[in-house]
Design a protein around this ligand. Sequence first.
Ligand SMILES: [Mg+2]
Length: 213
Amino acid sequence: MLVPHRESAELTDSLDLISLPNNKNWDGRIAYLDRDGVINIGSEHYVNSPSEVELLPGAGLAIGKLRRAGYRVVVVTNQSPIGRGHWDSENLDDIHAEIRTRLLSEDSDAHLDLILFSPYAPWDGAWARKPNPGMLEAGRQLIDAASIDPDFQGLKLRFDNEWDERPDESTSFMVGDRGVDMAAAENFGVRAIRCDPEIGISGVVDSILGGTA
Ligand SMILES: [Mg+2]
């Protein structure tokens, strides 16, 4: 099975979660976010370097609001330029470092708890590639496990029908700007919210938080 990859680490390397704002206890809620068209401006030619990163307006503030409301934030992004041979995962790590820096400069609570990506080309048929739910499956298991033990003693990730006892996702959600994001959310079993790719997460965050308060 072609499983997700993780920013700057092996998938099950230790994961130190940053405390939620005001040391709020985490109650299991995750905001699963697509990247391009949600956090930063996307391009049909991809975002190919840190210098091409441009945040959507208010993305940092919106992610800060999510964490202040008690959500952990997991980014799940298809990155086929790697599988197509355009560039490598070190370049993607640099792009993600730039996104993190810009989010935090906008709002000091706007931490991304975990970034997962699918490096595969569309024709690979990867379980990790949206519309398949592999990144969401891994994201839930990694965040749950890290909140108990950052070193993941004994963690074995399960995917697809190998994973039968799943936690409740009814208070979590996925935001994306495309049909594949909505399909991945549905295939995983979490509420799907579509945003306008020219506005992104800031256009939907208040109705999400208002609706779950
Ligand atoms: Mg997108």
